[in-house]
Design a protein around this ligand. Structure first.
Ligand SMILES: [Zn+2]
Length: 95
Protein backbone atom coordinates (compact mmCIF):
# COMPACT_ATOMS: atom_id res chain seq x y z
CA UNK A 1 0.00 0.00 0.00
CA UNK A 2 1.63 3.16 -1.22
CA UNK A 3 0.29 5.42 1.47
CA UNK A 4 1.79 3.39 4.29
CA UNK A 5 5.54 3.67 4.79
CA UNK A 6 7.40 1.04 6.79
CA UNK A 7 10.83 1.69 8.26
CA UNK A 8 12.34 -1.65 9.15
CA UNK A 9 14.96 -4.18 8.11
CA UNK A 10 17.39 -1.38 7.42
CA UNK A 11 21.05 -2.21 7.05
CA UNK A 12 21.79 0.46 9.58
CA UNK A 13 19.40 1.17 12.43
CA UNK A 14 20.77 4.68 12.63
CA UNK A 15 19.77 5.34 9.04
CA UNK A 16 16.33 3.92 9.78
CA UNK A 17 15.87 6.31 12.66
CA UNK A 18 17.04 9.23 10.59
CA UNK A 19 14.61 8.29 7.82
CA UNK A 20 11.78 7.97 10.31
CA UNK A 21 12.57 11.24 12.06
CA UNK A 22 12.78 12.96 8.68
CA UNK A 23 9.37 11.56 7.76
CA UNK A 24 7.98 12.77 11.10
CA UNK A 25 9.44 16.22 10.53
CA UNK A 26 7.88 16.34 7.06
CA UNK A 27 4.51 15.04 8.27
CA UNK A 28 3.67 16.73 11.56
CA UNK A 29 0.06 15.58 11.29
CA UNK A 30 0.93 11.96 10.58
CA UNK A 31 0.57 8.84 12.69
CA UNK A 32 2.76 5.83 13.21
CA UNK A 33 2.82 2.39 14.72
CA UNK A 34 5.78 1.52 16.88
CA UNK A 35 6.19 -2.21 16.52
CA UNK A 36 7.16 -3.36 19.98
CA UNK A 37 6.98 -7.02 19.10
CA UNK A 38 6.21 -9.13 16.10
CA UNK A 39 2.48 -9.08 16.84
CA UNK A 40 2.13 -5.96 18.92
CA UNK A 41 2.40 -2.28 18.10
CA UNK A 42 1.62 1.01 19.81
CA UNK A 43 -0.16 3.72 17.83
CA UNK A 44 1.27 7.23 18.20
CA UNK A 45 0.59 10.60 16.68
CA UNK A 46 3.58 12.47 15.29
CA UNK A 47 4.43 15.01 17.93
CA UNK A 48 4.07 12.50 20.72
CA UNK A 49 6.86 13.19 23.14
CA UNK A 50 8.04 9.63 22.65
CA UNK A 51 9.22 10.37 19.14
CA UNK A 52 11.84 12.91 19.92
CA UNK A 53 13.29 11.72 23.19
CA UNK A 54 16.62 10.18 22.19
CA UNK A 55 16.83 8.17 25.39
CA UNK A 56 13.49 6.53 24.69
CA UNK A 57 13.94 3.02 23.39
CA UNK A 58 11.00 3.39 21.05
CA UNK A 59 13.14 5.59 18.90
CA UNK A 60 15.94 3.13 18.42
CA UNK A 61 14.98 -0.50 18.21
CA UNK A 62 11.49 -0.95 16.81
CA UNK A 63 10.18 -0.85 13.27
CA UNK A 64 7.94 2.11 12.49
CA UNK A 65 4.88 2.02 10.26
CA UNK A 66 3.88 5.48 9.12
CA UNK A 67 0.77 6.91 7.46
CA UNK A 68 -1.31 10.05 7.34
CA UNK A 69 -4.39 8.45 8.85
CA UNK A 70 -5.12 6.21 11.80
CA UNK A 71 -7.45 4.14 9.62
CA UNK A 72 -4.62 3.17 7.26
CA UNK A 73 -2.48 2.04 10.17
CA UNK A 74 -5.26 0.00 11.73
CA UNK A 75 -5.86 -1.61 8.35
CA UNK A 76 -2.14 -2.36 8.03
CA UNK A 77 -2.10 -3.89 11.50
CA UNK A 78 -5.04 -6.09 10.65
CA UNK A 79 -3.45 -7.26 7.39
CA UNK A 80 -0.17 -8.01 9.13
CA UNK A 81 -1.72 -9.73 12.12
CA UNK A 82 -0.46 -7.12 14.56
CA UNK A 83 -2.43 -6.02 17.61
CA UNK A 84 -2.44 -2.24 17.88
CA UNK A 85 -2.88 -0.21 21.05
CA UNK A 86 -3.25 3.54 21.33
CA UNK A 87 -0.50 5.38 23.15
CA UNK A 88 -1.97 6.82 26.35
CA UNK A 89 0.09 9.97 25.97
CA UNK A 90 -1.12 11.00 22.53
CA UNK A 91 -4.73 9.78 22.46
CA UNK A 92 -7.30 11.10 22.20
CA UNK A 93 -5.79 13.29 19.49
CA UNK A 94 -6.92 16.91 19.13
CA UNK A 95 -8.10 17.48 15.61
ZN1 LIG B 1 2.47 8.45 21.94
Amino acid sequence: MASVIVFEDCESLGDCNRAFLQWAADNPKGFYLNRRARRSALLHAVGCKHVFLPEDGSNTTFAKVCAMSIELLIEWARENDVDDDECKDCFPVDT
